[in-house]
Design a protein around this ligand. Structure first.
Ligand SMILES: [Zn+2]
Ligand SMILES: [Zn+2]
Length: 349
């Protein structure tokens, strides 16, 4: 195996650097993988543009991955060299207040347990992740799709928190990667009608490809009125906000029927204030929830959804790019030219 490798580092907002660094070696309970795919993520783009509370640069960059195990640390029994795997970027302690109360995504240890560095030829997977959130990749799932385990795990937790019922109408604001996965999960969980709300027509066509029943471009009018018109004036049973603006957070509440559930899924910049119609929230008995990250069960389900085809990520992946094009790939996302790209380090530059 090579002694050194190339890896992309995040230095500060707007600044990435390719470095030649030693190939990591696995400590006890850890593995090192040869990265076959590291998908670009909206969170990486946020960090690159404005910084992010979970990113402490300078640091290795990239957190979605699939690859082949190249070295195994002491005590690892579930995996061996040569295994094809994919996994997530953090794992809970299972001992703190939140873990014991079934909210592992709120684990007090989580912030210190995020593992970055998948935009590299090799990537070290830390012990808690190997123990809880690393999975064997089925042969029929390509690496570029298996590296969706992390974002799909977040979508799965969101779907579980939505309380969607058989026959429900669900409005999903945002047709990026999360919205497009959410559409499929809502249909799988029994929603009769999924209304996808976006802007660009091309994106909305993808929503239709993955199963959305009704499409609406917010460039064409008021999405709140549209959802009401689609539901006999009541509003949707479940609303999922996955667009990422204070305005869409406000709209999400107004789209829900009385007694309905609103999930505020997208994270806004630190300190953002959002105003709500308090009358609607109170007299309409709306349940509004924030959902963040995932837990090990959601991660496991994500791999299962990819393996069974319950969720297909093909329409979300816009292609592959070499390691030298991480920055360019993020800029393409920013310009809405692509939703997601898979960085493939073995790809010729
Ligand atoms: Zn991600
Ligand atoms: Zn914990």
């Amino acid at each position: 195996m090579a002694q050194t490798m190339r890896g992309v580092y995040f230095l500060e907002p707007g600044k990435l650097e390719m470095r030649e660094v030693p190939v990591p070696t696995p400590g006890p309970g850890e593995v090192v993988i040869k990265v076959e795919s590291a998908t670009t993520c909206g969170t990486d783009l946020k960090a690159y543009r404005r910084g992010h509370k979970l990113f402490k640069p300078p640091m290795p960059f990239g957190h979605e991955y699939a690859g082949v195990i190249s070295a195994v640390g002491a005590g690892v029994t579930r995996f061996k060299e040569g295994d094809a795997v994919a996994g997530t970027n953090a794992a809970p302690c299972n001992q703190c207040f939140y873990c014991k109360h079934g909210r592992q995504q709120l684990c007090v240890e989580l912030e210190g347990r995020f593992n970055f560095g998948s935009y590299a030829e090799y990537h070290r997977i830390t012990e808690p992740i190997v123990a809880q959130n690393l999975f064997h990749k089925p042969d029929h799932v390509p690496f570029t799709e298996a590296s969706f385990v992390e974002p799909l795990g977040c979508a799965v937790l969101c779907a579980q928190y939505s309380d969607v019922q058989l026959g429900d109408t669900v409005a999903i604001i945002g047709v990026g990667a999360q919205g497009l996965m959410q559409i499929q999960l809502m249909k799988a969980m029994g929603a009769s009608k999924v209304i996808a709300i976006g802007r660009a027509k091309g994106r909305l066509e993808r929503a239709s490809q993955v199963g959305a029943d009704v499409l609406f471009s917010s460039l064409d009018g008021d999405p709140v009125q549209f959802v009401k018109d689609q539901t006999g004036g009541l509003g949707a049973d479940v609303v999922i906000e996955a667009a990422g603006s204070a305005d869409t957070w406000t709209q999400a509440l107004l789209m829900a029927r009385n007694g309905g559930t609103v999930i505020q899924f997208s994270g806004l910049p630190g300190g953002t204030q959002v105003s709500f119609d308090a009358t609607k929230l109170h007299y309409g008995e709306i349940t509004m929830k924030g959902v963040f990250h995932m837990n090990p069960r959601a991660a496991e389900l994500a791999m299962q959804m990819l393996a069974t085809g319950t969720v297909t990520v093909k329409p979300i992946l816009d292609g592959i790019a070499p390691l030298s094009q991480v920055e360019e790939s993020l800029l393409k996302m920013q310009r809405s030219e692509v939703i997601k790209l898979a960085i493939v380090p073995s790809l010729a530059e």
